[in-house]
Design a protein around this ligand. Structure first.
Ligand SMILES: [Zn+2]
Ligand SMILES: [Zn+2]
Length: 489
């Protein structure tokens, strides 16, 4: 039981299901004695579900009662009084992590502690060994450089606390291939690897690729409702919520899209992500648009990082062009002529078009205007509230939809070979520079059509637009300077 529990964080109910899953019937029937023995042997840590303390906001104010969920780290704002039959109260429960099972004041939370292990560093220490680890993955020059720097980071120095390494890779750079050498290297040293991503579809898409890349390693895939919830693997692939069931479990934690929902500004998942790494382990963070704090840390030398400024096909990123147009409310059912011309040109060149709008309620009216102006083209709209979203995305992928009007929900993930991107009301506060870069990143992904067209259509020129264009230009310049771009005759 101790061995299986190492690196896990469970409630009592989860413990019992876990023991049952692994066929530990004796431990299951006498679980309190087993837990007590493991605790006394120093192999288990125990806490309540919710911590409470009296705290003053200012030295002169009255002390107030503060609660914090021990599983997800959430504070007072998501705590509600529990109708509790187990204790004499007062008992509160955490709403934030309720989907993982109820955590309340009198719940028991168990953390399996890992045994000390031998230091496995040194098995692949030399640069030559590391280069041979990279060689078999067939990476582009820019990817190779990132992998080399990342491996040097993983091999370097004994750490007291987990290290962090940022890979700032432009959209379409081929992040997945870049992380294979890291996984390979760590597995070689007998260490455990976690890949966490905010999106379930990414988990499902990544699973077969990982299994193909590492055929003789065990891969466990975790998401809400996954069958493998109680299993341990050499490689764990997980959505962010599932991390709440781990405690100092992984030596290498790769976090995809650190800037994407639900990491950004979500203390719960940040707390979970911080807890899953062993004390001498490392984080590799991936992003095309890192949050400002990460950029600052990187520029000031507090965060080791590498930039991958070019796409895998080695063509520069399309630079967005500005289209000055009237605000949408003033269109009166007709497209501004410069926008219409630009759209027509994209249609004429045979592209499929992403048309982004800031708000869900603008999707339908935009679809209507476009249908009227381009009667020969199939125009559809979708948003997070559209029950047919998945079908429409599939249809767009298959080329059955020519123009797809959407909100930022499709800023990531959807890749179509020949696409142009139109961002309407690009001056809206909904679009920060990161969102603009991500949406622009939908164009030119394929090596057969690397020069897609991107337009910021707006009545005003904003800081965010300027910053997005600057960032894209800087990456292109860096790619050119490093010699990553293909030579054009
Ligand atoms: Zn919680
Ligand atoms: Zn209670």
């Amino acid at each position: 039981m101790e061995r299986l529990l190492a690196g896990r964080c469970f409630s009592k109910e989860e413990l019992l299901r876990f023991l049952d899953h692994h066929g530990l019937q004796k431990a299951l029937s006498q679980w309190t004695s087993y837990v007590q023995a493991a605790y006394l042997r120093g192999r288990l840590k125990l806490t309540g579900g919710v911590e409470r303390e009296r705290r003053r906001q200012f030295p002169w104010s009255r002390p107030e009662l503060h609660y914090r969920c021990c599983r997800c780290g959430t504070g007072n704002e998501k705590m509600y009084p529990a109708d509790c039959i187990h204790c004499s109260g007062p008992c509160v429960y955490c709403e934030e992590c309720l989907t993982m099972g109820r955590m309340q004041t009198c719940s028991l939370l168990l953390y399996g502690l890992s045994v000390d292990r031998e230091d496995t560093r040194g098995s692949l220490e030399g640069q030559a060994d590391r280069d041979s680890t990279i060689a078999k993955w067939g990476l582009s020059p820019a990817q190779t450089e990132a992998a080399r720097q990342g491996l040097a980071f993983l091999a370097g120095g004994n750490r007291r606390e987990p290290g962090r390494f940022l890979i700032w890779a432009v959209t379409g750079a081929g992040k997945t291939e870049m992380i294979f050498p890291f996984i390979d290297y760590e597995l070689h040293r007998g260490r455990k690897v976690l890949i966490a991503t905010p999106r379930r579809d990414v988990v499902l898409e990544l699973q077969p690729r990982l299994k193909r890349a590492f055929p003789d390693r065990s891969v466990v895939t975790l998401y809400g409702g996954s069958e493998e919830r109680w299993d341990q693997g050499e490689i764990t692939l997980s959505t962010t919520h599932q991390l709440l069931r781990f405690y100092r479990s992984f030596d290498l934690v790769i976090i995809d899209e650190i800037d994407a929902f639900p990491y950004h500004n979500n203390p719960m998942l940040q707390a979970a992500a911080q807890r899953v790494c062993t004390s001498d382990g490392a984080y590799v963070l991936l992003s095309a648009t890192p949050p400002a704090g990460f950029i600052r840390d990187a520029e000031q030398g507090r965060l080791e990082h590498v930039k991958v400024p070019v796409r895998f096909h080695r063509h520069p990123l399309p630079v967005p062009r500005i289209l000055m147009i009237k605000v949408m409310s003033g269109w009166k059912g007709r497209l501004p002529s410069n926008l219409k011309t630009a759209l027509q040109r994209s249609i004429d060149r045979g592209a499929q078009l992403f048309v982004f709008v800031p708000k869900i309620r603008e999707v339908e009216p935009t679809v209507e205007v476009l249908r009227r102006q381009f009667p020969g083209c199939s125009v559809e709209g979708t948003s997070s509230q559209d029950p047919h979203r998945a079908d429409k995305v599939t249809n767009f992928r298959q080329g059955n939809i020519r123009l797809l009007v959407t909100t930022t929900i499709l800023e990531r993930g959807v890749t179509v070979p020949r696409t142009d991107v139109f961002i309407l009301e690009a001056d809206s506060g909904t679009f920060d520079s990161a969102a603009l870069v991500q949406m622009a990143g939908r164009a030119g992904r394929s090596k057969d059509d690397p020069n897609g067209r991107v337009f910021f259509a707006a009545a005003a020129h904003t800081q965010s637009q300027a910053r997005a264009i600057r960032q894209i230009r800087q990456m292109n310049r860096l790619a050119k300077r490093k010699g990553y771009l293909l030579e054009h005759p």
